[in-house]
Design a protein around this ligand. Structure first.
Ligand code: GCO
Ligand code: MG
Length: 402
C-alpha cells in the first residue's frame, strides 16, 4: 500500500487547525492533526517542505518504520515542531490502518479496556458565583469530573477564564496580548475557590485545577498542602514543567495529586518524572508527543511506575487528535481521565466526528480508523487567521510564565 499524496490543510473554522491528509494508491485517506497553537505555520512548513516529499512512495502500512525514519532520520530530534509533524504522520497512518482493517483504532490497539472514557469539562467564571454556576451546568450535564478556574479578585485577565458560555480561547490576537499576574493574591484565593466548590457540590464529583506553570516549587508545595482537604483529583502544572527535579520538593510536602506534561514532546521529557514517581498523571497529548505510536510508549512507561494518563484535550488540538486520544484512552490499562474542552463552532462543519458522550463517559465510535472525516470544501471557506498566545507580566513589568 503506497502513499501517493501528502497534503497540508490550514484552516480556521473558529480557530486555526493544521491537518495532514495522506492518500494511498488504493484510495484510502488518513487524517493527522498538526496544530501547534500560535506556531501553526512552522509545523505546516516542516511537513510541506521536508516531510511530505519523503512520504511519497513509502509503504503506508509500516507505521513504526516511518516513525523511526522521521525521528532518527532528521538528526535534529524532539521539540514541539518536529514532534507535532511526526505525530500528524503517525496519526494519519493509524487512521489508514484502521480503515484498511475495517476497524476502529481502539480495536487495533487491543480493544476496549473500559466501557467509556471519563472526561473532564472546564468550568470558569469572572467571579466565584459565576464559576460555581458554570460548574453546576457541567454536573447537570452528567460530567463526573470538572476543572475549576476563576478570576482572582483584583487581578486582570487570568488563565482559563472565559466570558459567559463561550469556550476558553487564549490565542485571541495577532500579536500576543499582555496579561498580568501576582502570585500572592492567587495563593490566597485558590484554596477558598476550590473549597467553595466542595461546599456546594460535595465530594462525589472529581475536582481538578490548572495552575498553568506559574508557581515556584515552594509556593506550589504550599498550595498543594492548603487544598489537601478539598481532595483534588489533580493539581496541574504547578511549576514550569521543564524543571523536572522541582517536583520532588512539591511531592515531599503534599499529598495533592500532581499532573504534568501538556508541553512535553517525547518520552525523554517525562522519563525522570515518571521513573522517580514524582507525578500521578502524565498529560502528554497524541498530537504534540509523536502520535499514537509514541504516546502509547509513554503511557506504557507510566504504567510501570503507577502513573496514570490524563491527555491534554484543549480546543486547540483538533477533533482529529481528540478522536485519536479517545481511542488510546479506551485501550490503555492505566487510563486516568481525558480533558474535553470541546471545539468552537464552526469546527463541526469541517470535522465530522463520530464520538458520543453519555453519563460523563465518551466513546470514539466504531467507524473504521479514527472516525473523523475532514470536509475539504468547508475547510477552504475558513482561511488561516494569525493568532498568538498571550504573554504574562508581573506588576513590576517583568515577564512571568504564562
Ligand atoms: C489545558 C491547557 C491549555 C493550554 C493551551 C495552549 O490544560 O487545557 O493548559 O488551555 O493553555 O492548550 O494552547
Ligand atoms: Mg493545562
Amino acid at each position: 500500500m503506497k502513499i501517493v499524496a501528502a497534503d497540508v490543510l490550514v484552516t480556521a473554522p473558529g480557530r486555526n487547525y493544521v491537518t495532514l491528509k495522506i492518500t494511498t494508491d488504493d484510495g484510502l485517506v488518513g487524517w493527522g492533526d498538526a496544530t501547534l497553537n500560535g506556531r501553526e505555520l512552522a509545523v505546516a512548513s516542516y511537513l510541506r517542505d521536508h516531510v511530505c516529499p519523503q512520504l511519497i512512495g513509502r509503504d503506508a502500512q509500516r507505521i513504526e518504520d516511518t516513525w523511526q525514519y522521521f525521528y532518527k532520520g532528521a538528526y535534529w530530534r524532539r521539540g514541539p515542531v518536529t514532534m507535532t509533524a511526526i505525530a500528524a504522520v503517525d496519526i494519519a497512518l493509524w487512521d489508514i490502518k484502521g480503515k484498511a482493517a475495517g476497524m476502529p483504532l481502539y480495536q487495533l490497539l487491543g480493544g476496549a479496556a473500559r466501557d467509556g472514557v471519563m472526561v473532564y469539562g472546564h468550568a470558569s467564571g469572572a467571579s466565584l458565583e459565576e464559576m460555581l454556576d458554570d460548574f453546576a451546568g457541567y454536573v447537570d450535564r452528567g460530567y463526573r469530573a470538572v476543572r475549576a478556574q476563576c478570576a482572582v479578585p483584583g487581578m486582570g485577565k487570568v488563565y482559563g477564564v472565559h466570558p459567559g458560555s463561550s469556550l476558553y480561547e487564549p490565542a485571541s490576537a495577532h500579536l500576543p496580548a499582555e496579561e498580568s499576574w501576582e502570585t500572592g493574591p492567587y495563593l490566597r484565593f485558590a484554596p477558598r475557590m476550590l473549597g467553595a466548590v466542595r461546599e456546594r457540590f460535595g465530594f462525589d464529583v472529581h475536582l481538578l485545577h490548572d495552575v498553568h506553570h506559574r508557581l515556584s516549587p515552594i509556593e506550589a508545595a504550599r498550595l498543594g498542602r492548603d487544598v489537601e482537604e478539598h481532595r483534588l483529583f489533580w493539581m496541574e502544572d504547578p511549576t514550569p514543567a521543564e524543571d523536572q527535579e522541582a517536583f520532588r520538593l512539591i511531592r515531599q510536602n503534599t499529598t495533592t495529586p500532581l499532573a504534568v506534561g501538556e508541553v512535553f514532546n517525547s518520552i525523554w521529557d517525562c522519563q525522570h518524572l515518571i521513573t522517580e514517581r514524582l507525578i500521578d498523571y502524565i498529560r502528554t497529548s497524541v498530537s504534540h508527543a509523536g502520535g499514537v505510536t509514541h504516546l502509547r510508549r509513554i503511557f506504557a512507561l507510566a504504567e510501570l511506575y503507577g502513573v496514570r494518563t490524563g491527555s491534554h484535550g484543549a480546543g486547540d488540538l483538533s477533533p482529529v487528535s481528540f478522536a485519536a486520544a479517545l481511542h488510546i484512552d479506551m485501550s490503555v490499562p492505566n487510563f486516568g481521565v481525558q480533558e474535553y474542552m470541546g471545539h468552537v463552532e464552526p469546527a463541526d462543519e469541517v470535522f465530522r466526528t463520530n464520538w458520543t458522550f453519555q453519563n460523563g463517559l465518551m466513546h470514539p465510535g466504531d467507524a473504521p480508523g479514527l472516525g473523523v472525516e475532514v470536509d475539504e470544501q468547508a475547510a477552504a471557506r475558513f482561511p488561516y487567521d494569525p493568532k498568538s498566545l498571550p504573554v504574562n507580566r508581573r506588576a513590576d513589568g517583568s515577564v512571568h510564565d504564562w
